[in-house]
Structure formats: C-alpha cells, structure tokens
Design a protein around this ligand. Structure first.
Ligand SMILES: Nc1ncnc2c1ncn2[C@@H]1O[C@H](COP(=O)(O)OP(=O)(O)O)[C@@H](O)[C@H]1O
Ligand SMILES: [Mg+2]
Length: 592
C-alpha cells in the first residue's frame, strides 16, 4: 500500500501524484470516504484514476491509497440470485441496509460472510489434485450445484477435507503443495480484466437452443459463440434478451444491464426477478446473476460491469456449465469508455470514441468460448456472449455497431419498421446472418432431421425471392406477377407470419423445440411444393390460396409440444385438400 494526493478532479476521473509504485489497473481508495477507483493511466509521476462512485466533494490534497491489487471479484457460493453493481457490490443488500441509492464508500462484500453452506467433499484425504479439480459441492440454489474447485495455480495432495456447514471464509480443505500447506476456502478472488484459464478452447459447433424460431432455424448461435443484437430504441432488444435468458439451454445466465432510459434499470431490477424459469418453475434468478447499472450510477462502474460479468460467467463455465453472458446494452458501456477517454484527453477516434474501442470490444467477446475446463476430468463448459447494441437512430454504420460486427459471429438485426408492423421478433431476415450455420447444420441433420438444411435453404430462397418480387410489384403492380410468382408471395407471407413471428408473451408460442421448428417449417414448405405442382398442372392460384388447410397452418405454431403428431395429420390434409384424385398414378411422395 502506498499513499498519494489528489491534484485534479474531473467528473469520474481523478489525477493523483506521489504514489510510490503504482501499476496500471491497481485498485485504489480515494478521499476520506475511501471511494473505490482504478488506475487507468500512468504518466510520469501522475496516476489517472477512474472512480466508481460519485466524486463530488473530492478535491486537491485529498488522500489516495494504492492497494497494489487489481480490481477483482469474489467467487464462491451465493453469487446466483445476486444483484450487483458494476464492481460487485450487492445492490439488494445495500438497498435493504442503506436505502435506495448506493451510499458512497459503502463497502459491502460480494458474498455473504455469515451464511453457511453444506459442503460435500468429492475427493478424500490423500488424493492428488490439480488446479480446477472439484474438491466438493454445495447446493447453491435449488437448481444449481456449486462446484468448489482447486484454485488456478495450486496442486498437491489433500491433507484435510470434511463434510460440514461452512461460511465462504472457513477452510474446507488443506492441500499440501510443493510450497507448503495451503488452506482452501470456498471464497476465491479473480481480477476482472484477466481471462480465467482453461485447458483448451474449441471452435463452437453445437447450437445454443433458444426456442426462438428465427434464431435457431435461420441464424443460430453456437454454445460458446458470440452474437449481437443491434436495434433502435423500442425494437425489442430487451424482450429478445430476456426470452433467451429464459429459454436457452444454458444452465447459468449472467445478465449485465446498462440502463437506456433514465429509470430503465430500475425496471429491470423489478422485472427480471419476476421472470420464471420455464424448466424448473422456480424464479429465473435462481440460476442468474444480475449486474445492473442504472443511469444514475457513475460511468466508471459501467465500464467495469462487463468485465465483472464475464468473469462471473467464466467461473461457472469452469465448473462445467454452459453459461450465457448477456449485455444489454453494450452501447452504454462504450459511451462510458468514451466519456472516460475524453476526460483523459486522449486523441478521439470516430464520433469521439477512443481509438481502442474495437480492441476493447474484441477482448471482451474473445472471452467467450467452449472449453475443456481446468482439472483432470476433461469436463467441458462454455460461455456464450450476446450483446445488444443501440445505434443512435438505428444507424448501423456507427462505430460501436461496426466494431462489434467485426468480432461477433452472429448478427440479429432488429428494425423498427418491423416492430411498428408488430412483426416480432423484429429481426430482419434478409440482412441478418450466422457464421455458425455450417457447423450447427450437422447437428440439425443428425439430431433433428436429415432434410432440415434443405428446408431451411428453400425457405430462405422464398423469402429472398419475395423481396425481389415486391420490388417488381411496386413498379408494375401485382397483376404483372405470374401465378407461380403469386404463390411465392403467399408462401413467403406464410413463412413470415406463421414461422418467423413469435410472441414472447404467449405461453404456447414463446418457446419452440427444434423438432417442432422442423415440423412447422416442413408443413409450410410442403404446402408450397404441393401447390407449385398443382399450379403446373393448371390449377387456379386463387383456389389454392383459399384452401382451408392454410388456416390450420397459420395456427400450427400453437400446437403444444406434447401433440406434435398433429403435424402428420396436417401434412396429410394438404394433399387431400389441394391434390384432386386423378386417374393416373399420383406424383411422387414429397417426404411427408
Ligand atoms: N417477441 C416479442 N413478442 C411480443 N412483443 C414484443 C416482442 N419483442 C418486442 N415486443 C414489444 O416491443 C416493445 C419494446 O421492446 P424492448 O425489448 O423494450 O425494446 P428495446 O429494448 O429495443 O428498446 C415491448 O415492450 C413489446 O411490447
Ligand atoms: Mg431495452
């Protein structure tokens, strides 16, 4: 620890001099209230410090203490269900103790010190263990088992370990290492700006099943992958993020919220805890950690929040879980970066964002991935990262969106045009993309149905054709379209309304399994193929369009998951309704 003095205060930024041996990213305590801050620039004898709390009242001459330690988070049981600010102060605990606004200088640890957890050993005295090995387990919540691991960098022989009720600071084991006996507690610390180690990172190949049809079928994200959701205000970013948090087949969710509207984060603080986990029927919070920034919180805490969030996500990944880290919205984070950079008087890049915006964004998204976890059991875990971006005016050419698109592999472009038309999720199917498609297609082929990739291609081709035909129809009128083209338009409409549109607030529609996504798309495409056949044989387009089965197709998305056999009946009815009984042999069976 060394002490210095403030020479200048500029908003969230404080410049100090006289620190003995300051290092970049050292955690410091500023002023008599010991406000938390972090060294972000060193120039000669001067250290620039971003302060995570309101700096009013600070002035030249006030003390600054360098802890010599980097900004770190506490890891251990009790993280799940917590609601933290950007530097892991428990907002719910603080609110109960001090009222609604974070009081400056409040030091409240991330993990409850008094709570006891029932620790069950998974190794015994005399066992050899390496970093990452699971020493024991704790039932953290009714839905997630917490695995207490040998900390990175430690290995040796278990000298002592026992079952019992322990607080996070009490010794649960003693390990004899080459450098002596080392106690292990359930509480471990990790610097937030440093990625946690693993044995090996793999290219993600398995889909993260979200139950959102446009996502899973057309623009899938892989477990361990990255995606971004750019969209203007009100286009549905938060609804989509919440739907994925609820339905995706990842066990743990870390949700980093940066409020957009003045009081939006208070909404999230109120709303998120109300969400129910559809898999367990319990509150979603039991497998979630919420990192919240309201717009009245200092910008520096917002800057730190994404690192805090991803470190917590990596920790559960290390236990062998599939984790999603969702940030809503990263634009608010980038703005914090811009503000601090401005105060440092750095050379501004595009639109005032610092030149390192892209590098920072990349470094954050690169902490995603599917890994073989540290430890000797070869368990796998993953962190998928999904970030919303709110480009001002929906302009995708702005720097944050552009820098994000350079690093993420999936782009779900939300548009207000679609949201106004109540087409939800308002994802533009023509310009969105997923670079995981090739890899996840194998999974669909093997696990769902071999013809799925072809169905998907055909559906996308119909949608693209529709866009061209709309252009023609706009210029010369719908009458100019041939019956075949009219059918394309009808089928595209069916794909959009009966498949892509999905109501996040309707119990029957909110989630669709991969199997049902396949059956639903097959139904729509079957109708299209049979109708195409009949058109060629001279049937009237109006008659085809008016077939009663089309109403059933429109309702098929509401067929419950346990009644999927009804899709077979519908497939049969398509033929019965639109294919007349002919004297000659019927055309080939279309895979129904
Ligand atoms: N999948 C959806 N199903 C039904 N309504 C939706 C859906 N997505 C968005 N909405 C509607 O759009 C509104 C705005 O969405 P929101 O996620 O708050 O936008 P953003 O976060 O982009 O500002 C929601 O309140 C809701 O009424
Ligand atoms: Mg929002």
């Amino acid at each position: 620890m060394s002490e210095g003095r403030i020479v200048k205060v500029s908003g969230p930024l404080v410049v100090a001099r006289g620190l003995a041996n300051p290092k970049m990213y050292d955690l410091v305590k500023v002023g008599e209230n010991l406000l938390m801050g972090e060294i972000i620039e060193l120039r000669g004898d001067f250290a620039s410090i971003q302060v995570y709390e309101e700096t009013s009242g600070l002035g030249p001459g006030d003390q600054v203490i360098d802890t010599g330690q980097p900004l770190s988070v506490e890891l251990g049981p009790g993280l799940l269900s917590s609601i933290y600010d950007g530097v892991q102060r428990p907002l719910d605990v603080i609110r109960d103790k001090y009222g609604n606004y974070v009081t400056r200088g409040v030091e409240e640890p991330g993990l409850d010190r008094a709570r006891r957890w029932h620790f069950v050993p998974k190794v015994k005295k005399g066992d050899r263990v390496v970093a990452g090995d699971i020493l024991g387990e704790v039932e953290e919540t009714t839905v997630i088992t917490h695995r207490v691991m040998v900390p990175p960098g430690m290995e040796g022989t278990v000298l002592q370990i026992q079952e019992g009720e322990f607080t996070v600071e009490e010794e649960v084991a003693v390990i004899s290492t080459s450098s002596g006996e080392r106690p292990v507690t359930m509480l471990q610390r990790w610097p937030v700006r440093k990625a946690r180690p693993y044995i090996e990172k793999w290219a993600p190949h398995q889909p993260l099943v979200t139950g959102q049809r446009i996502v899973d079928t057309f623009f899938p994200i892989a477990k361990g992958g990255t995606a971004c959701v750019p969209g203007p205000f009100g286009s549905g970013k938060t609804v989509l993020q919440h739907a994925i948090a609820k339905w995706a087949d990842s066990q743990v969710v870390v949700f980093v919220g940066c409020g957009e509207r003045g009081n939006e984060m208070t909404d999230v603080l109120l709303e998120f805890p109300e969400l129910t986990d559809p898999y367990s029927g319990e509150p979603l919070l039991k497998r979630t950690i919420l990192v919240a920034n309201t717009s009245n919180m200092p910008v520096a805490a917002r800057e730190a929040s994404v690192y805090t969030g991803i470190t917590l996500a990596e920790y559960y990944r290390d236990m062998g879980y599939n984790v999603t880290l969702q940030a809503d919205s990263t634009s608010r984070w980038a703005e914090a970066l811009r503000e601090i950079s401005g105060r440092l008087e750095e050379m501004p890049g595009e639109e005032g964002y610092p030149a390192y915006l892209g590098t920072r964004l990349a470094a954050f998204y690169e902490r995603s991935g599917k890994v073989i976890c540290l430890g000797s059991d070869n368990r796998e875990g993953s962190v998928s990262v999904i970030g919303s971006v709110s480009p001002p005016g929906g302009d995708l050419s702005e720097p944050v969106t552009q820098a994000t698109l350079r690093v993420v592999k999936v782009f779900w472009g939300l548009e207000d045009r679609l949201a106004f038309a109540r087409h939800f999720p308002a994802i533009n199917w023509l310009n969105s993309y997923s670079l995981y498609l090739d890899k996840t297609e194998d999974y669909w082929r093997d696990e769902v149905d071999p013809v799925f990739p072809d169905l998907r291609k055909e559906a996308m081709a119909i949608l693209q054709r529709e866009a061209e035909l709309l252009e023609i129809a706009r210029l010369v009128g719908v009458e100019a379209l041939s019956p075949q083209e009219r059918l394309i338009m009808e089928s595209a409409k069916s794909i959009r309304e009966d498949f892509l549109q999905q109501n996040a607030f309707d119990d029957a529609d909110a989630f669709t399994s991969l199997r049902k996504q396949f059956l639903l798309l097959r139904l729509i495409i079957s109708f299209h193929r049979w109708a195409q056949d009949e058109l060629e044989k001279g049937k009237d387009i109006q008659e085809l369009i008016a077939a009663p089965i089309r109403e059933d197709i429109a309702r098929a998305k509401f067929i419950p998951e346990d009644q999927l056999h009804r899709f077979d009946d519908l497939e049969k009815r398509i033929r019965e309704e639109i294919v007349p009984v002919r004297a000659e042999v019927p055309s080939e069976n279309r895979g129904t």
